[in-house]
Design a protein around this ligand. Structure first.
Ligand code: NAI
Length: 335
């Protein structure tokens, strides 16, 4: 099949071209984001491959349908950027990569925790400048602390497995508790109890209408004084302004994020020579107890290989009329 890739980066081309040798599809990579303006590039293609910040709304989907595109294949797990009702209306099949390497994201969440806590990013810069002082680098032992895990799907579970070595107490919140985790000592509690009891809160649930801004001014009131909040899931799970207020009031002790509510305008781009036209992220960057990475939690060799493999399998399956139903998303997934 002839497939147009949007928002593509050098690593996408490298891994997809390598793995495509055994699938033999015709791949073309566009750096631009897919939206209602760029949809015209899809003329003469059979399928479109999109990523997390492509804007696959009703207008884009109408444009895809006009160009006879029948397959939208996402090279990611999240599908909150796709209007699934419009996709169904236009008869466009939507496939994704539900789980490529949950460990990649879980390990990044842990990296954010350890970096924020032990301030290795600051120590690195200090030492490079000949500053060997330890002032203001004090952290805490993760061992013995209570970690609140919101969402115990593939990534939440991988994160809990990593934490085992730290001998932490784990409280979880998920509308669908995992029986195996319960047997392993994970305690499922209400969201309120999780927020009240946890020293570190890590978000691993999808963005749905129900989880949109689940961390907001109201829920932050329950948070333990000085807790650390980690978000590697989706930016809109948190009300960023309310979180900034909580950091200023020292209600939240620190924040580590790999995702940001307005990331489409910023992430995956080199804007180092530009004036950042987003006051909220500028304020976050200015806070000493905030650590931001630009949606890189998935970025490991193993994950890139798996993403390419599953996406190309999705395309081949669709071409042969053998859609992998487990990888298909539709309005029934809207929660
Ligand atoms: P999953 O589908 O395996 O697990 C999600 C879990 O969240 C399920 O157990 C579900 O029951 C639970 N959940 C649903 N609604 C909830 C609610 N209201 N409160 C608490 N839990 C709720 O998904 P997976 O693979 O673990 O991924 C989780 C999220 O991580 C994805 O939706 C995506 O947004 C994000 N992600 C981020 C990446 C990054 O690079 N930063 C890469 C991959 C995924």
């Amino acid at each position: 099949m002839k497939v147009a890739f949007f928002s593509s980066k050098s690593y996408d081309e490298e891994y997809f071209n390598q793995i495509n040798k055994k699938y033999g599809h015709e791949l073309q990579f566009f750096e631009t984001r897919l939206d209602s303006h760029t949809v015209k590039l899809t003329k003469e293609f059979d399928a479109v491959c999109a990523f997390v910040n492509d804007k696959v709304d009703a207008k884009t989907l109408k444009g895809l349908s006009k160009r006879n595109i029948k397959l939208l294949t996402l090279r990611c797990a999240g599908f909150n950027n796709v209007d699934l009702e419009a996709a169904e209306k236009h008869g466009i099949t939507v496939l994704r990569v539900p789980a490529y390497s949950p460990e990649a994201v879980a390990e990044h969440a842990l990296a954010l925790i350890l970096t924020l806590n032990r301030k290795t990013h600051k120590a690195y810069n200090r030492v490079r400048e000949g500053n060997f002082s330890l002032e203001r680098l004090t952290g805490f032992n993760v061992s013995g602390k209570t970690i609140g895990v919101i969402g115990t799907g593939a990534i939440g579970r991988a994160f809990i497995q990593l934490l085992k070595g730290f001998k932490t107490k784990i409280k979880a919140y998920d509308p669908y508790p995992n029986e195996q985790l319960k047997k392993e000592g994970v305690e499922y509690v209400s969201l309120e109890e999780l927020l009240t009891e946890s020293d570190i809160i890590s978000l691993h649930c999808p963005l749905t209408p129900e989880t949109h801004r689940m961390i907001n001014g109201q829920t932050l009131k329950h948070v333990k004084q000085g807790a650390m909040l980690i978000n590697t899931s989706r930016g809109k799970l948190i009300d960023t302004e309310a979180v900034i207020d909580a950091l200023r009031e020292k209600k939240l002790g620190s924040l580590g994020i790999d995702v940001y509510a307005e990331e489409e305008k910023l992430f995956f781009k080199d804007l180092s020579e530009m004036i950042i036209d987003d006051d909220t992220i500028s304020r976050l960057i200015a806070l000493p107890n905030v650590l931001i990475t630009a949606h890189q939690a998935f970025l490991t060799r193993e994950a890139l290989e798996q993403i390419a493999e599953t996406t190309l399998q999705n395309i081949s399956g669709f071409e042969k009329g053998q859609i992998n139903k487990q990888n298909q998303v539709g309005t029934e997934n809207l929660g």
